[in-house]
Design a binder for this molecule. Structure first.
Ligand code: ADP
Ligand code: MG
Length: 347
C-alpha cells in the first residue's frame, strides 16, 4: 500500500510527477492544445508545447496556469488527468493519494481549486505542500530545526521568497514576476530597438542563450529571426548579452527588491542565521546567468543555486510523501483561517 502515491509539482511552466519509490516519472511543459470546434483536448505536455504559436485557427495551445495559480479549471483538470495516467504506467489505473505543491502566497480559494482539480482528475486523496518547503526538502536542507533558511523559487510566472524555520514558513513574499516576464521584456526590447516582432519561444531562447543579471566573463551574441514590423517580412538581427541585460534589468531588479524587502521583514535571529545558511535559489529562473552573484552583491548573503533547480520542488514533495498523514493532518490544522504567526505579502 502506498507505493503508488504521487507528488505533483503543478507549475506555470512545467509539471513534474514523482512516484513514491521511483522518483520523477513525468516532466513536461504545462501546456494543453484544445480543439475549439470539438471542445476536445488535442495534445498535452511536450507535444502541445511544440504547437505554441504554430496552431491553425481551430486549435489553441495554451497554459492553463497563470502566475502559479489555475486560470482555466477545466483545462488544468484535463492536463492533470493526462499526467496522472501517464505516471501510473497506463497499467491498472488505481486511484492514488497525491501530494500537490502550491505556491506559498495563494488564497484558500486557489488552494481549494488545486485540490479539486486533482480529485476530479482521479486522485483518491490530496494533501498540499507549499513550494518553498518542498524546494528546501528537495535541496537537502534540514528545515525542522529552529534555524533560519531563505528560499527563492523563480518559476515561469512567479517568484516566491520565503524564510523557513522549524519546518514552517515564517516570512514570505510572492511576486507575480517570473521567467515569462523576462521573455516579455525581451519581446518588448526587440520590438522597440530593432522594429522586429518575435514570439515567446524565440524570446525564451534568447534568454537561455545570452540572458544575464550581471556582466558576463565574455559577452555573447545571438542571431534573432522575427518579422519586421515595417515591411512585414522575415528578417534577422544580432543581439548581444549587454543588450539582453538591459532588456531584463527591470524584472530582475523587481526580484532582487523582493528578496531585500523580505530580509527586511525577517526577525533578527533568523536574519542572522541566513547570514550563515545563505539563500537557496530554486526554479528555472534561478539558472539565469549571474543572478546568484547579483543577489549576493545586493544582500551580502551567501547565495547558491540548488543542484537540481528545476526538479527540487517535485523531489522534496516526493520525499514528503513518506509522511502523507503528517502533511494531511497539519493542513487540516492550518485551515480554514490559515493564520500563522508570520507575515505575508503578495503583490
Ligand atoms: P514553474 O515552476 O513555474 O513551472 P520552472 O521552475 O519550471 O517554472 O521554471 C521555468 C522558467 O525557468 C521558464 O520561464 C524558463 O524560461 C526559465 N528557465 C529555465 N532554464 C533557464 C536558464 N538556464 N536560464 C534562465 N531561465 C531559465
Ligand atoms: Mg515551480
Amino acid at each position: 500500500m502506498g507505493h503508488r502515491d504521487l507528488a505533483v509539482d503543478l507549475g506555470t511552466a512545467n509539471t513534474l510527477v514523482y512516484e513514491r519509490g521511483r522518483g520523477i516519472v513525468v516532466r513536461e511543459p504545462s501546456v494543453v492544445a484544445m480543439d475549439a470546434e470539438r471542445g476536445e483536448v488535442y495534445a498535452v505536455g511536450a507535444e502541445a508545447h511544440r504547437m505554441i504559436g504554430r496552431t491553425p485557427a481551430t486549435i489553441a495551445a495554451t497554459r492553463p496556469l497563470r502566475h502559479g495559480v489555475i486560470a482555466d479549471f477545466e483545462v488544468t483538470e484535463a492536463m492533470l488527468r493526462y499526467f496522472l495516467r501517464k505516471a501510473s504506467h497506463r497499467s491498472r489505473w488505481t486511484r492514488q493519494r497525491v501530494v500537490m505543491c502550491v505556491p506559498s502566497g495563494v488564497t484558500s480559494v486557489e488552494m481549494r481549486a488545486v485540490e479539486e482539480a486533482c480529485l476530479s482528475a482521479g486522485a483518491r486523496q490530496v494533501a498540499l505542500i507549499e513550494e518553498p518547503i518542498a524546494a528546501a526538502i528537495g535541496a537537502g536542507l534540514e528545515i525542522a530545526q529552529p534555524q533560519g533558511h531563505m528560499v527563492v523559487d523563480i518559476g515561469g510566472g512567479t517568484s516566491e521568497v520565503a524564510v523557513l524555520s522549524m519546518g514552517e514558513i515564517v516570512v514570505e513574499e510572492s511576486l507575480r514576476i517570473g521567467g515569462y516576464d523576462l521573455d516579455e521584456a525581451i519581446i518588448a526590447y526587440v520590438r522597440r530597438e530593432h522594429g522586429l516582432a518575435i514570439g515567446q519561444p524565440t524570446a525564451e531562447e534568447i534568454k537561455l542563450a545570452i540572458g544575464s543579471a550581471g556582466p558576463l566573463p565574455e559577452e555573447l551574441r545571438v542571431e534573432v529571426r522575427g518579422r519586421e514590423l515595417v515591411s512585414g517580412l522575415p528578417r534577422e538581427v544580432v543581439i548581444d548579452s549587454a543588450q539582453a541585460r538591459d532588456a531584463l534589468a527591470e524584472p530582475v531588479q523587481a526580484i532582487v527588491d523582493a528578496v531585500r524587502e523580505t530580509l527586511d521583514r525577517t526577525p533578527p535571529e533568523l536574519a542572522s542565521d541566513i547570514l550563515t545558511s545563505g539563500i537557496l535559489l530554486a526554479g528555472g529562473g534561478a539558472l539565469l546567468h549571474g543572478l546568484a552573484e547579483r543577489l549576493h552583491d545586493e544582500t551580502q548573503m551567501p547565495t547558491y543555486v540548488a543542484a537540481s533547480a528545476l526538479t527540487c520542488v517535485a523531489e522534496g514533495a516526493g520525499q514528503a510523501l513518506e509522511e502523507f498523514e503528517v502533511i494531511a493532518r497539519r493542513q487540516a490544522l492550518n485551515r480554514p483561517g490559515r493564520s500563522r504567526g508570520g507575515s505575508r505579502a503578495r503583490r
